[in-house]
Design a protein around this ligand. Sequence first.
Ligand code: SF4
Ligand code: SF4
Length: 69
Amino acid sequence: MGKITIDRNACKGCGLCAINCPEKLIIIDESMNVRGVHPAKFTETDPEKCKGCKMCAIMCPEVCIEVYK
Ligand code: SF4
Ligand code: SF4
């Protein structure tokens, strides 16, 4: 079991974390952040599926994801 947090205002909306999450737990938010982009958002429907594998954090060029296990 894992859990992540995303610094939404540091996110540049590239989507790399969403593409690389093996469980597809990251979505792109409909609302914009302070940078004027649609940021990544952790799932609210099935967060218990997170394995804490850190793939999302490793892929993030802005280092805005923290993983807890
Ligand atoms: S830690 Fe792994 S399973 Fe959890 S959101 Fe990130 S990539 Fe997905
Ligand atoms: S990889 Fe980082 S910058 Fe790109 S969408 Fe995900 S959280 Fe945002």
